[in-house]
Design a protein around this ligand. Structure first.
Ligand code: 7TS
Length: 404
């Protein structure tokens, strides 16, 4: 059982008010808040240890390097990768996907095919379009049914002898749908096709085991996992990463440089050009500690119970339509109220202290598929409470009374 009272003490931001009302933070899908231990670690490092990593024999640099590398080991363990060589730090899920598109994708030829789904975030669409424009690859898109679940038969039917990659989200940031990624990966593997899973909305809520999934790539962002912003992870199978060329060049990623020729560093550093946000990475370790102490399974149960409760309450409001009714869902509710524009509803909720996201949620093709301009989206984290779910429901009811 989650004791939100104890958990909330670690998140002082939750004590602030918005528009004179207690803050009800329900935009966790965009960014979750960071517990004090993450904030304190950043302050501690700035005031005691800050120095560049992997660069010197001096004590500070070595201490800083250890802190960064301890986080790499923590991430490895968190997703059960088989070695730290498979954990590449990036700026976020977006950069991780761009890395794969530019490096792994550099071997794709005109006519090669990449399978995506209609529910992808722009981060898993645009890098492939940029690659398409450069190389002439073909993008194929899996559709959803009326519940917001992927059509698996359609997915399988899109594979041909030219398919080189299937790239799909684990959990949709709009519909909440938890995709059958194990089955999807197994099918792609049976056809000899590589798989990238966008786990940005999964790692904050679900236990992930990349060896069990057997995917080639798995990407996610720290700021959605109670960690600092600007830190992401690319998990890649060692055999894949070894064959891939570097994406960016610079310091850190080299072995020997001459003007005639450069040899590259071993994994994972081959993919980490330049000075990373080592302090953010070190602080991310504290966010992982937090998640493990509370328990990812316990978090999932708490968040899903809250989400179901809120969804039930919202459904009782006349004129509410909920988008995303998959049988397996993450803690996200996307909804509209009659023909009220999502921004108008979002503004009224903000006036009541309730922070939700409104708009297309960086999933414009999905909005087009649903035939709507956007939604209002409430999303839950471990520190949210039943009382906050009640506040959301009453705030939407009040807004409904004003707007309709
Ligand atoms: N993939 C998915 C499924 C996402 O939800 C997001 C961010 C990203 C990739 C990109 O993550 P980033 O950390 O690199 O920016 N999603 C959202 C959202 O739903 N609202 O704000 C950001």
């Amino acid at each position: 059982m989650i004791d939100t009272e104890i958990i909330r003490k670690q998140f002082p931001i939750l004590e602030r008010s918005v528009a004179g009302k207690p803050l009800v933070y329900l935009d966790n899908t965009a960014t979750s808040q960071a517990p004090l231990r993450v904030v304190r670690e950043i302050e501690r490092i700035y005031t005691t240890t800050r120095a560049n990593v992997h660069r010197g024999v001096h004590t500070l640099s070595q201490e800083m390097t250890n802190l960064q590398e301890e986080c790499r080991e923590k991430v490895r363990e968190f997703i059960n990768a088989s070695s730290i060589e498979e954990i590449v730090f990036t700026r976020g899920a977006t950069e991780s996907i761009n890395l794969v598109a530019n490096s792994f994708g550099s071997s794709f030829k005109a006519g090669d095919e990449v399978i995506l789904t209609v529910m992808e975030h722009h981060a898993n669409i645009v890098p492939w379009q940029l690659l398409r424009d450069r190389t002439g690859i073909v993008l194929k898109v899996v559709d959803i049914d009326e519940k917001g679940e992927l059509d698996l038969e359609k997915y399988k039917s899109l594979f041909t002898d030219r398919t080189v990659l299937a790239s799909f989200c684990h959990v949709s940031n709009v519909l909440g749908t938890i995709n059958p990624i194990k089955e999807m990966t197994a099918y792609a593997k049976s056809r000899g096709v590589a798989v990238l899973i966008d786990g940005a909305q999964a790692t904050p809520h679900l236990k992930v085991d990349v060896q069990d999934l057997d995917c080639d790539f798995y990407v996610f962002s720290a700021h959605k996992m109670y960690g600092p912003s600007g830190i992401g992870v690319l998990y890649g199978k060692k055999q894949r990463l070894e064959k891939m060329p570097p994406w960016q060049g610079g310091g850190e990623m080299i072995s020997v440089v001459t003007f005639a020729h450069t040899t590259f560093a071993d994994l994972p550093f081959k993919f980490e050009a330049g000075t990373p946000d080592y302090i953010g990475i070190a602080a991310f370790a504290k966010a992982i500690d937090f998640m493990e102490e509370v328990g990812v399974k316990e978090m999932e149960e708490h968040e899903m119970a809250l989400c179901s409760y809120a969804e039930k309450g919202l459904r009782e409001i006349e004129g509410i339509r909920i988008y995303g009714e998959a049988s397996k869902k993450g803690p996200v509710i996307s909804f509209l109220l009659n023909n009220v524009h999502p921004y108008d509803l979002g503004m009224l909720l903000d006036k009541q202290g309730v922070e939700v996201r409104t708009g297309h949620h960086c999933a414009m093709p999905l909005m087009e598929r649903l035939g709507i301009p956007g939604t209002v989206r409430a999303s839950f984290a471990v520190y949210n409470t039943i009382r906050e779910a009640d506040t959301l429901i009453s705030a939407v009811s009040r807004a409904a009374a004003i707007l309709t």
